[in-house]
Design a protein. Structure first.
Length: 290
């Protein structure tokens, strides 16, 4: 097989892991609450800025700052859901779309006022470093985020399957009225779920900070990519996030290699359109509780 093709597929595979890392929270929130979080990209942005400022001010390595990104965004997401989104959660879905879009605008503009339009980046001793294997180049940073995606999805699955809170989340996703009758506090479960989804998204945002440009305006592109990933993999189906990430990552990488870099965003929308028309339930056709 052509070495260029193999390298392109490998790059796409690693890129798919990056996509999966920051799409897992989006999928979790939708799977439980049916909310398409249009402020998802801003959670990634806040996670990346958390990592950036800890590195700039305290010299903390981006990968050591991952727990800080998780905790900060978990609290942020929990508060947003408990005191704002819960007020419209029982209303038609369009209300939650409008509200999360409003949160997207508010967070992005506040960040813009605080941090301005400046682009920022993190330069570490391993920035740009690659591992060479069988003639292939493997970027350390993307490989780390790929591994992180696997860990995030495995831990989320274990949490949902093995813990009491996780089982309450699954019960709420299956039938919230029955869960309420059984004594589950639905609004509290929603707040925990949104906090958990925001937390893993912030963690992923911190993990991409060593190799992505950081700015207050970065959020929208990540929201679009995450939406495409979860549609490809199945809305609310956690393992499907990996499938969706790999499909999108490899398709974009091949497009960049054999066509041009500018067409990668068109590939995203084309895949999204085809999947919504042909198989709207995703590649696997399962939900969170399947």
């Amino acid at each position: 097989m052509d070495a260029v093709l193999i390298q392109s597929i490998l790059n796409g595979f690693l890129l798919g892991g990056v996509y999966a890392a920051y799409s897992a929270g989006f999928s979790l929130i939708f799977g439980v609450m049916g909310v398409v979080n249009l402020a998802h990209g801003e959670l990634i942005m806040l996670g990346a800025f958390t990592s950036y400022w800890l590195f700039e001010l305290l010299g903390i390595d981006p990968y050591l700052s991952l727990p800080f990104g998780f905790v900060f965004l978990f609290v942020f997401g929990y508060v947003i859901q408990k005191f704002i989104i819960n007020r419209v959660i029982e209303l038609p879905h369009i209300m939650s779309y409008i509200l999360t879009f409003g949160i997207h605008l508010m967070v992005a503009n506040v960040a813009l006022q605080i941090w301005t339009h400046d682009f920022r980046s993190i330069t570490t001793s391993y920035s740009g470093a690659n591992a060479a294997f069988a003639g292939l180049n493997i970027p350390y940073s993307r490989l780390s985020t790929f591994v992180l995606a696997l860990i995030i999805i495995a831990l989320l699955w274990l949490f949902l399957e093995r813990t009491e809170t996780g089982r309450a989340i699954r019960a709420t996703a299956m039938d919230k009225e029955v869960a309420r009758i059984m004594g589950v506090n639905i609004r509290e479960i929603y707040a925990i779920t949104f906090g958990l989804g925001a937390g893993v998204t912030g963690l992923a945002g911190a993990s991409i900070s060593p190799f992505e440009i950081i700015s207050p305006e970065m959020g929208l592109q990540y929201t679009i990519s995450a939406f495409c990933v979860v549609v490809l993999g199945g809305m609310g189906y956690m393992p499907g996030v990996l499938w969706g990430g790999f499909i999108l990552g490899i398709a974009q990488s091949l497009a960049v290699t054999y066509l041009n870099a500018g067409i990668s965003i068109a590939v995203t929308f084309l895949l999204l359109f085809v999947m919504l028309v042909v198989r709207p339930t995703g590649i696997v056709g399962k939900g969170l509780v399947a």
